[in-house]
Design a protein around this ligand. Structure first.
Ligand code: SF4
Length: 274
């Protein structure tokens, strides 16, 4: 199903749309989503704040439908003088788990070149694809080469304890952060961190200190495009297991990171999306 109407939520994604244009607060404008999982959610994290509600549909991902849908949406946006900020792989799960991801990424890059060369190409990932060599290499080449893929990489925790609470994955924390370190040494990434309560508890001071230390270490590679600290803004199926924190909490964490970056002589933008 292809829909060219632009909305401010992600309902189209859960209605089985492969392409879904939305106004995105993080992109600061029109973002065209690419959903590799129109039939059901697939993810190896189980974040309590995840916004994907349970659903199941018959039609799976089809690359020809994706290509024609992307062409159509970008043409419609162009005809309305609606500048597309980005084409973003996110959808109902972890994009790198899809066997169609490499071909879909290449197709999206080619279509962008013709229809919306100003648009960023973005993938939102929990980083577990970096544990597979072929995906690690694909993302490295895409981020460092002419495609200039902007990888929005999830880093919700600085400790294994908080990682278990907020991401609830079987992937070991140390293994994952080790690969994130390896990747940041050789390719640019944007780091995304969700701050919310889990079971009424906010991340502890020890967790905040560990996250800050890891964030600084990553910034020291010189490859962090920016840090995005964001809050829980939309309903989730597991509500109220995860809840929003006050904006001041997010701002304090951002201020601590900015100060630490400055003290260390490092530069990276730190943005807050409550
Ligand atoms: S990684 Fe993303 S898709 Fe997966 S559970 Fe977490 S928020 Fe949901």
């Amino acid at each position: 199903m292809i829909c060219t109407c632009i909305v401010e939520n992600h309902r189209q994604r859960e209605e089985g749309n492969i392409i879904y244009p939305v106004y995105s607060r993080r992109s600061g404008g029109l973002s065209v989503g690419v959903n590799l999982f129109p039939d059901k959610k697939r993810c190896n994290f189980d974040c309590p704040y995840c916004e994907v509600f349970p659903f199941e549909r018959d039609a799976g991902f089809d690359i020809e439908t994706m290509k024609s849908g992307l062409e159509k949406v970008l043409a419609a946006a162009g005809a309305q003088n609606n500048a597309v900020k980005d084409i973003c792989f996110s959808g109902n799960g972890e994009p790198t788990l899809s066997p169609c991801f490499p071909a879909a990424l290449e197709a999206a890059a080619l279509i962008r070149q013709v229809r919306a060369p100003q648009a960023e190409l973005v993938v939102i990932t929990n980083g577990t694809g970096l544990l597979r060599d072929e995906t690690f290499d694909l993302l490295r080449e895409a981020a460092s080469g002419p495609m200039a893929l902007d990888i929005w990489l999830k880093l919700d925790a600085g400790t294994g304890f908080w990682y278990k609470a907020i991401d609830r994955s079987a992937v070991p924390f140390e293994r994952l952060t080790g690969k994130i370190r390896d990747f940041a040494r050789i390719a640019p990434v944007t780091i995304q961190t969700m701050l919310c309560t889990v079971n009424q508890s906010p991340p502890s001071r020890d967790e905040a200190a560990a996250w800050l230390s890891l964030a600084l270490e990553l910034a020291g590679t010189g490859n962090i495009r920016k840090f995005q600290i964001y809050g829980k803004a939309r309903p989730a199926p597991l509500d109220p297991l995860a809840s929003a924190l006050p904006v001041s909490f997010l701002e304090e964490r951002a201020a601590a990171l900015r100060e630490a970056l400055e003290t260390a002589g490092l530069t990276a933008a730190v943005e807050v999306y409550p």
